[in-house]
Design a protein around this ligand. Sequence first.
Ligand SMILES: Nc1ncnc2c1ncn2[C@@H]1O[C@H](COP(=O)(O)OP(=O)(O)OP(=O)(O)O)[C@@H](O)[C@H]1O
Length: 238
Amino acid sequence: MSLLSVKDVSYSYDGIVNVLLDVSFDVEEGAITGLVGPNGSGKSTLIKNIFDLVKLQSGTIHIGGHEHARPEAKQQAIYLSSNDYLPEFLTAREYITMMARLFDVTVDHGKALALFREFSMEGRYDDLVEDYSHGMRKKTQLVSALVVRPPLIVIDETLNGIDLEALHLAEKEFRRVREEGGSILLCTHDFSVLERLADRTVFLDLGHVVYDEPTGDLVAEHGSVAEMVFDYLETSQR
Ligand SMILES: Nc1ncnc2c1ncn2[C@@H]1O[C@H](COP(=O)(O)OP(=O)(O)OP(=O)(O)O)[C@@H](O)[C@H]1O
């Protein structure tokens, strides 16, 4: 079943240039979908449309079967942005409690503490976010999504700046989310992560979906996700 359904979405910031043009794709239940594309191809704009952070101009978006601007849809998906902005005046415990309340779930602090330990942040759960490093803030965003665990987690370059050990652990946790039936939309320029994790890869260029195929098929055809992108950039009339 499709957990996220994007159909014929177009978007323009200035009413003249289309940053997205008739974009359609689905994220299935229990699947990890990769979203890739050159800088400026429209990935963040697409994610902003999904989360109703900009007003949908045309097309439709459904999350968990609900029209994307409905409160029911907003309970189904969490957005991990590319920045590391967190409320500096809260501790991680307070931040995760706040996120759990927003999603109307009971927070499991034991799970959060275990993840803090695994992500090498033992003893920092009750410290103010203002004292955290960049990587710690990114890891706190990840932990909050893993504890709140709505059906869909959307990750927009959130893994930038975390160390290899944390990346390895994050990948393990994402596989666990998938095994438990959760879905992830993973937007990243790190193609090796996609090859290891993504069931499907959606490749966006100049606001168009160029490829939407099983990652294994793209790798079999081109050799790697990076080669797929290079092949396209070399041969397309952009
Ligand atoms: N608030 C805005 N106002 C006007 N134009 C914008 C705005 N945000 C993005 N754009 C433009 O929309 C296009 C797509 O940008 P977007 O940030 O969606 O791309 P992206 O694929 O996420 O890029 P990157 O990989 O660099 O993060 C770009 O040409 C960008 O300049």
